[in-house]
Design a protein around this ligand. Structure first.
Ligand SMILES: [Zn+2]
Length: 283
């Protein structure tokens, strides 16, 4: 199956946002106090060219982030701890066009979660079915959502996604799952922690799976080291998600693709599974 990693600009974070320092409120505060920055990290959306139709996973960021007032001024996080750069032609819509994928080719848009750098391109999909977990939409909407860091005011007025409740159908170590395709080769699984309602997408290919992780971790390395991020809603849930990914990868070679890992595109191109680097280094 052809799977495209579509980079919609970059995001730089304070280092203690990418990897949490301390616990509880202190961990959140540390992301603001930190004056050390990561390099600009990619913001990936994905397009899966499936025989049943193209599946877009996340919509990346919008060039509107450069507009004054796009981010709420009262939020210290956007002022102090995150810097995004997106050119108009980097948005997901124009990039899909360049890949030869038109709006009517897209069968589903699956949102891992609704943070701005995943939902910024929603306006490119006014006529497509968009899937969001019910827990995620409830957590992200309204004033409460804004206080939790969701930039939800720019969501398109027509945004009324199909709400997903994952049925208790086990998929390996994941306690719930929903098969998206009739072929049964693309499934949604719960990946809570970074946000309570986050979903991940598992694409089964011949002898391995491609795991579109959203922000389950910022890097594969962090997931393997059991390191949580600085802003996630629930540290324990995040670690449990990491544990399930590792358990899944023990039985199925798994190409693990976080949305902001600088290695994501090359791992996808090579279909390099978790642990692939170390095996090669040892050999
Ligand atoms: Zn996020």
């Amino acid at each position: 199956m052809k799977i495209h990693a579509i980079q919609t600009g970059t995001v730089a974070l304070t280092t203690s946002w990418r990897e949490g320092v301390g616990h509880g409120r202190r961990r959140l505060l540390n992301t603001l106090l930190d004056r050390e920055w990561t390099d600009p990290l990619p913001i990936y959306a994905f397009a899966i060219e499936h025989p049943e139709g193209v599946i877009v996973v996340d919509t990346g960021e919008t060039a509107r982030v450069a507009e004054a007032g796009y981010f709420p001024r009262w939020s210290p996080f956007f002022r102090l701890a995150v810097r995004e750069r997106v050119e108009p032609e980097q948005e997901v819509g124009p990039q899909l066009q360049r890949l030869g994928i038109g709006p009517s080719d897209v069968r589903w848009v699956v949102m891992t979660h609704l943070h701005t750098d995943h939902a910024g391109g929603l306006h490119h999909f006014p006529d497509n079915e968009i899937l969001v977990s019910r827990a995620e939409l409830e957590y992200a909407g309204g004033l409460r959502g804004r206080l939790r860091g969701y930039v939800n005011k720019p969501w398109p007025a027509w945004f009324a996604p199909t709400l997903v409740d994952l049925p208790p159908v086990e998929l390996g170590p994941f306690p719930a799952s929903l098969s998206l395709t009739d072929a049964g080769d693309v499934a949604l699984v719960p990946a809570p922690g970074h946000t309570p309602g986050q979903l991940a997408v598992i694409v089964e290919e011949e002898d391995h799976s491609v795991f579109l992780a959203g922000d389950s971790s910022y890097t594969e390395d962090a997931m393997l080291r059991r390191a949580v991020d600085g802003v996630g809603a629930d540290e324990d849930a995040e670690r449990l998600t990491h544990e399930r990914v590792r358990a899944y990868a023990e039985t199925t070679p798994t190409v693990y693709l976080p949305a902001h890992d600088p290695e994501t595109a090359v791992r996808l191109a090579e279909r390099r599974p978790i642990g692939g680097v170390r095996e090669r280094a040892v050999a």
